[in-house]
Design a protein around this ligand. Structure first.
Ligand SMILES: Nc1nc2c([nH]c(=O)n2[C@H]2C[C@H](O)[C@@H](COP(=O)(O)OP(=O)(O)OP(=O)(O)O)O2)c(=O)[nH]1
Length: 135
């Protein structure tokens, strides 16, 4: 089974989302930065490497936010979403069509890869709950 890691990078109450390019799987859909696990690395190492490659930044990997499984075509994929934050570097767009910082409650405006839909919904709901509690 293919293992994929993805990062929920937060900054100033926003979350970084990335639009895949129009080739490969999930063309033009939005995702959280990350990618496929390579042999010999841990999930956290994979995520640090992918963020460096795709965004030119070093991240600190935090807690697991969610895990999910999804079958794309005939490939079963296992996703681990981690909390994270950028600790070094300036964001650059190298492989994505677009990258954006978005408020959690606005994630619903974007069409995510199927494996991310529930995670994006959960992030949106959590931000609304925080607002209700703070009122
Ligand atoms: N990085 C990332 N990939 C995701 C997310 N959600 C989701 O379904 N995916 C899928 C898209 C890809 O099929 C796979 C990640 O592959 P990748 O980003 O390392 O590599 P890739 O473009 O070469 O993938 P592929 O087209 O060969 O499948 O997981 C997500 O939030 N982040």
């Amino acid at each position: 089974m293919t293992q994929v890691t993805a990062a929920i990078l937060r900054q100033d109450e926003k979350i970084l989302i990335c639009q895949r390019d129009n080739s490969g799987s999930c063309p033009l859909l939005w995702e959280f930065p990350g990618g496929k696990l390579e042999e010999g690395e841990t999930l956290a190492e994979c995520l640090v490497r992918e963020c460096q490659e795709e965004l030119g930044v070093t991240i600190q990997v935090g807690e697991v936010f969610a895990e999910s499984r999804h079958t794309y075509g005939d490939k079963e994929m296992c996703f681990t979403f981690f909390e994270g934050r950028i600790v070094e570097g300036e964001l650059e767009r190298t492989v994505h069509q677009d990258i954006r910082w978005v408020r959690a409650e606005d994630l619903g405006r974007y069409t995510f890869c199927p494996a991310d839909v529930e995670v994006a919904e959960r992030l949106g709901k959590a931000s609304k709950m925080v607002r209700i509690v703070l009122k």
